[in-house]
Design a protein around this ligand. Structure first.
Ligand code: NAD
Length: 303
């Protein structure tokens, strides 16, 4: 198929490569020209000089962009997808986006005969690199079935979530779940350590018992426990964006979010501290400050 791909960042570069390696013709565009260079080593991929050039001949256009403002600019801004895509083609937004923005754009594209799907992904840069992402899809089911083979080039688990915006909703709920688990895990570990237990023993015991979660067994040992927050594949800026979109959605639907609001408060404080480029679990340092402990394993045990 003829595919346009816009946004070749941490995630997009790998997803676009898998699509090209599956034999599709990919025309790729990113504001950072260097982001496309690696991809063009795949014979079926080429650099486009603009959004319009990537999209005008495409049967499917993908975007993988930071969030709602960037997606709106590319999708409905001047010289954007709405102006350049052909009637009958399909637009798939892989970004973690606002469901409200998605639904508004979906209606605008439908008026021009273009079907839009929201298809945010989960699994991080490792999953993108390996082509094993989870993909949560909202929008027209027939269009989903048409793009399924292309999504399968980089997604291992595809979830059809219902109408337009539903993929975005599932993704926001997923990410709030993981950040809330990080907040809860940081809190309980600060209690155990302050009360006198060695962090390694505490995390190992809980990690193999009913209180376990991914933060304790996977994320913290690689980041928080060894104070390694730099060069993350997923930043606090993007994570705080997702939490904020989830809270906005909760306000829109009048759903109380006692836990989510606490996560939102700490994520926003992390951004004010200048921690935006660091890994998302860095906000646990705020709980460390409040409790007066540091959740760092002994230096000699650091891998
Ligand atoms: P990123 O910041 O690394 O990449 C975004 C890319 O978009 C950049 O290369 C940037 O230059 C490009 N871009 C921005 N505005 C543009 C425009 N107007 N035209 C063309 N290109 C433009 O972000 P990422 O980590 O790859 O994440 C992309 C999306 O996927 C986000 O919505 C994020 O929340 C989501 N996501 C990320 C991860 C992760 O682990 N990084 C995991 C799941 C979902």
């Amino acid at each position: 198929m003829q595919v346009g791909f816009i946004g070749l960042g941490h995630m997009g570069q790998h997803m676009a490569r898998h699509v090209a390696e599956a034999g599709h013709d990919v025309a790729a565009f990113d504001l950072r020209t260097e982001a496309v260079t690696q991809l063009t080593r795949t014979p079926t991929a080429r650099r486009a000089s603009s959004v319009a050039e990537a999209a005008s001949a495409a049967e499917i256009v993908f975007t993988s962009l930071p969030g709602p403002p960037e997606v709106e600019a590319v999708a409905s801004g001047p010289d954007g997808l709405l102006e350049s895509m052909q009637s009958g083609s399909i637009y798939v937004d892989l970004s973690s986006n606002s469901p409200t923005t998605v639904r508004k754009l979906c209606a605008a594209f439908a008026a021009k005969g273009i079907t839009m799907l929201d298809a945010p992904v989960a699994g991080g840069v490792t999953g993108a690199e390996a082509g094993t992402l989870s993909i949560m899809v909202g929008g027209d089911k027939d269009a989903f079935e048409r793009v399924r083979p292309v999504l399968s080039a980089f997604g291992k688990r595809l979830f059809y979530c219902g109408g337009s915006g539903n993929g975005a909703i599932v993704k926001l709920c997923n990410n709030l779940s993981s950040q809330a688990q990080i907040a809860a895990a940081g809190e309980i570990l600060s209690l155990g350590v302050k009360a006198g237990v060695d962090l390694d023993i505490l995390a190992t015991a809980i990690g193999q018992s009913t209180g376990t979660c991914r933060a304790i067994v996977d994320t913290f040992p690689k980041q928080l426990f060894v104070r390694h927050f730099e060069d993350p594949g997923f930043t606090s800026i993007l994570s705080a964006k997702d939490t904020h979109l989830a809270i906005e959605l909760a306000h829109e639907f009048n759903v109380p979010m006692a836990i989510g609001e606490i996560v939102e408060r700490d994520k926003q404080e992390a951004l004010r501290r200048g921690w935006g480029p660091l890994s998302p679990d860095v906000f646990v340092r705020l709980q460390e400050e409040r409790a007066g402990v540091v959740l760092e394993t002994a230096k000699e045990k650091t891998p």
